[in-house]
Design a protein around this ligand. Structure first.
Ligand code: SF4
Ligand code: SF4
Length: 151
């Protein structure tokens, strides 16, 4: 995989925009749109099936639709193209632009205190960038392709 393509898929923090649920061309959004289309007008059926099939799970269908609609409606172009639509306070994007580097693992200040991440995200960010340093960006990118983004 070309470095430029990897750079387009991964945010400067190292997380995969390509696999984010909010990414406009991502699998999660695409499958959500597809599932919405396949389900068609399932709402009235779910209501009937709750009684007819005696299965209370169909009563949860409206909540499922709400989540599915949300996944289908997200449309972020990725961190390389626009401000993160989920985490608007992210400190990495403006910082890497100011520094003129592609990824945090390339930065002499890593691990810094400029990210504004919470504890979990901070730990994930450190872990990811240490993996990249150890294995190289190409191998790390291949790893992201084989795994779900949300582990
Ligand atoms: S910039 Fe943020 S919201 Fe957009 S795809 Fe990347 S992680 Fe997801
Ligand atoms: S200072 Fe921190 S946030 Fe900014 S590029 Fe370096 S490691 Fe990333």
């Amino acid at each position: 995989m070309e470095y430029a393509q990897i750079k387009a898929s991964l945010a400067p923090c190292g997380l995969s925009c390509e696999k984010c649920f909010a990414y406009v061309d991502g699998d999660i959004r695409r499958h959500s749109l597809n599932l919405k289309e396949k389900l068609g007008n399932f709402g009235p059926y779910a209501k009937r099936y709750e009684t007819l099939l005696r299965n209370p799970v169909f009563g949860k269908y409206p909540d499922f639709v709400e989540m599915l609609d949300y996944f289908a409606s997200e449309n972020c172009g990725g961190c390389r193209n626009e401000q993160c639509k989920l985490f608007r306070d992210c400190g990495v994007r403006p910082c890497h632009q100011e520094k003129g580097i592609d990824f945090c693992y390339q930065c002499e200040e890593f691990p810094c205190n400029k990210t504004h991440f919470d504890e979990n995200l901070y730990k994930a960010w450190v872990r990811i960038n240490e993996i990249i340093k150890a294995k190289g960006i190409e191998e790390y990118y291949e790893m992201t392709l084989r795994r779900p983004r949300y582990l």
